[in-house]
Design a protein around this ligand. Structure first.
Ligand code: PLP
Length: 348
């Protein structure tokens, strides 16, 4: 098959389109008014995801950002502070929503590829003075997007959890890609739930649904989160059509994430051999980061070249490019990307 003219979009795993089978599942969903709590498919999804993670309740949200922002709002008070890695999505990519919605400040930790240690978290808890913000929440990102799809070890998460319990802090896991982490590490969803007060899980990334995230936690937390979601304008009516896509994704698209991880690894192996590539961050899941040698080419030049060859990737730093593999990227496409990368001849 000739691959050369097919558009290959590895900008993000959010670009996936629902498959025919997923659309069928959506079409046949039983729906009701979810603001009245009457949508059976939404309820099924919320209960199923909460049970998987060993939490009491779940809340269907329009996006990962909304789920994270609701969690921050429900866990904190204005003038509080949250501890996060300096690259955390909640800090970096959510339009300062933590300040806008929740009136909290952030304490940024210099983690390793987006992963913090318990010792780093401990060192960033504020002492109890009137003139300092009050630390009340720690947010982990598992996998870390800007870290290049990196994962926490279970023992580090548990150490951070123990610290949070000791210091009376809440722990939220931004698990936008938590199933990538589960598949890559062999960790169990129940262990994640046991370690966290809340979790946000996205279905519109590697799992291939068009829309949707679920926030999980205790009954009382989700009760409050539900009120916050309404105030944010996120109370949806016949949302079961969307929840059906998430249920389909949960049943059909989790196990196959290993393929995406393998694809990212294959591309990393190609990049490691190229003279115009300065550094490749070893991929652990489906996110691949690499740095272009600045004496040889700019990121814009490389991205333009890729685009001329029908491959879309994104700039992720001054000399850094990100590629994300996902279920709409076939093995043939991975081979094609490799060929195009190998054929690149910098002008400089
Ligand atoms: C780690 C992480 N958290 C949260 C989000 C937000 O998800 P959404 O785009 O659905 O708002 C993203 C999106 O890429 C992400 O990478």
């Amino acid at each position: 098959m000739d691959n050369t003219n097919i558009l290959i979009d590895v900008r993000s795993d959010t670009v996936t389109k629902p498959s025919a089978a997923m659309l069928q599942a959506m079409l046949h969903a039983k729906v009701g008014d979810d603001v009245f709590g009457e949508d059976p498919t939404v309820t099924e999804l919320e209960e199923k995801v909460a049970a998987m993670f060993g939490h009491e309740a779940g809340l269907f949200c329009a996006s990962g950002t909304m789920a994270n922002q609701i969690a921050v709002k429900a866990h904190t008070q204005p003038m509080d502070e949250i501890i996060l890695d300096k690259t955390a999505h909640i800090y970096y990519y959510e339009t300062a929503g933590f300040a806008f919605h929740s009136g909290v400040s952030v304490k940024l930790v210099d983690g390793e590829r987006g992963i913090m240690t318990a010792a780093q978290v401990a060192a960033n808890i504020q002492p109890d003075f009137d003139w300092l913000p009050k630390t009340s929440l720690v947010c982990l990102e598992h996998t870390s997007n800007k870290g290049g799809g990196t994962c926490y070890t279970l023992s580090e998460i548990q150490a951070i959890r123990a610290l949070c319990l000791q210091r009376n802090l809440k722990l939220h896991i931004d698990g936008a890609r938590i199933f990538n982490a589960m598949v890559a590490t062999g960790q169990q969803t129940a262990d994640m739930g046991a370690a966290a007060d809340s979790l946000s899980i996205c279905f519109s990334k590697g799992l291939g649904a068009p829309v949707g995230s679920v926030l999980t936690g205790s009954k009382s937390f989700i009760r409050q989160a539900r009120r916050v979601r309404k105030a944010f304008g996120g109370g949806m009516r016949q949302a079961g059509f969307l929840a059906a896509a998430c249920l389909y994704a949960l049943e059909n698209n989790v196990g196959r994430l290993v393929i995406d991880h393998d694809h990212a690894r294959q591309l990393a192996d190609v990049l490691a051999e190229l003279s115009w590539v300065k550094k490749v961050w070893s991929p652990v899941t489906n996110i691949l980061l690499f740095e272009v040698e600045d004496t040889v080419a700019t990121v814009a030049q490389v991205l333009d070249y890729l685009k001329e060859n029908h491959i879309l990737a994104v700039q992720f730093g001054p000399q850094q490019i990100r590629m994300v593999t996902h279920l709409d990227v076939t093995p043939q496409m991975v081979v094609r990307i490799g060929e195009v990368l190998k054929a690149y001849q910098p002008i400089a």
